[in-house]
Design a protein around this ligand. Sequence first.
Ligand code: PAF
Length: 292
Amino acid sequence: MIIARTIVDLKEHLYALSEGGRRSIGYVPTMGYLHEGHASLMREAKSHNDITVLSIFVNPTQFGPNEDLDRYPRDEERDLKLADECGINIVFLPAVQEMYPRPSKTSVIVSGLTDRLCGASRPGHFDGVGLVVSKLFHLIKPDRAYFGMKDAQQVAVIQQMVDDLNIDTVIVPCPTVREPDGLALSSRNVYLSAEHRAQAVVLSQSLAQAKTWIEEEATTAGSLLSLVKDRIESVPDAVIDYVELLQYPSLDPLNEHELTHKLESPVLLAMAVKFGTTRLIDNSLYHPSGGV
Ligand code: PAF
């Protein structure tokens, strides 16, 4: 496995391995502190491409001033071991100075989709994601890029960016990987105290219950959201940031009575909930066919 810390190095190795573009490149962008969710993306990339590239870069431009950039968990040695086990060919591990040698005067703003859900709670977050992902796509030129659906809004935003800018990369959304009790894997789970870890299972439990409520078609959007919020707030330390029901991938609001009729397009139930200082997100996509 090749470790490239500079852009020059990355390009040289990519050029050599891809035989001048004749071999396909599968790419997994991450911020490190890898877990089984990332491993599932790496394995998926490995099984559909000739070459697999992983990037590990804690991107400062997607963190707000009072967010966890400085304490974001890092473990390079463990990450490299997992990447190697998953058969990654090149790991790109740039320093901040390498990716941002000077402040960027160019912005990548996907409008509309980014003013709601996490975009409303974390202003500027998706501008940072758009900027770094477009820079990484330009450097790596992947045929396919793999993203976890735990960040469903991020997937929708990146798909829109790729479509709007004619970027020649297929975005492959991959299912959320969960702990046996249902908690969605996240690098931030490490911040949770034992007490909060036990309570955090309420997110996936409420999503599973919502599926039943939606399938029974016994509810409007507003009443479904109330039921879900009540369920989340039944645990003592959960503080809801948002719980919303939207069309996917447009992220357009759902008509209040839409759930009482047959669903015509996928519906995303998305939530962000704080336990102490740790903010967790989770979601579920409900398909018109009834499948999830
Ligand atoms: O999902 C993440 O880990 C990050 O937002 C990404 C896509 C690697 C961009 O920094």
